[in-house]
Ligand binder design. Structure first.
Ligand code: HEM
Length: 131
């Protein structure tokens, strides 16, 4: 597995461990205010990172390593900015001052997916033996 895939999985494991532990706390305390942050940490931080990591492992011979690392840095930053901002937004009763950092994280997350889209497109159109 290329290192960039391992980096995606490492990031994913950190996110899902925090997400699972917080989920256990939510269930035990019946406090669901941050349920959306739990869901996004798990889905953007774990599921999406794992899919990125899997794609680059499957395309290790043909991918652009530079594009893959750009995808990792932008997407990881997106999670690191977006989720804490979402936590602050939700726990403050939707204080609008937390919207700009949340949007910054969202934009990074979308940019990360766009970089991934370029990697996918490269793989789609690359020259290959018939079939
Ligand atoms: C130890 C593991 C986990 C525990 C204990 C846990 C616990 C919870 C709890 C207590 C809720 C709130 C349910 C409610 O609102 O009635 C919840 C919601 C949710 N969880 Fe988890 N969860 C875990 C793992 C995951 C994982 C791995 C994912 C996704 C990959 C996930 C995605 C979601 C989603 C999408 C929601 C709905 C959020 C919403 O309604 O806003 N959870 N979870």
């Amino acid at each position: 597995m290329p290192r960039v895939s391992a980096a995606f999985f490492a990031m994913g494991v950190v996110c899902v461990l925090i997400g699972m532990l917080y989920g256990m706390y939510m269930g035990a305390s019946e406090t669901f205010t941050l349920a959306a942050a739990h869901a996004h940490l798990n889905l953007v931080g774990w599921v999406t990172m794992a899919l990125y990591g899997t794609f680059y492992a499957l395309t290790r011979g043909t991918m652009s390593t530079r594009l893959a690392w750009t995808n990792f840095v932008v997407s990881a930053l997106g999670v690191v900015v977006m989720i804490p901002a979402l936590v602050l937004f939700l726990s403050s009763g939707n204080d609008p001052k937390f919207v700009p950092p949340m949007v910054a994280g969202e934009i990074l997350t979308v940019l990360g997916m766009l970089v991934f889209g370029i990697s996918v497109l490269r793989e789609l159109v690359r020259a290959r033996p018939a079939g």
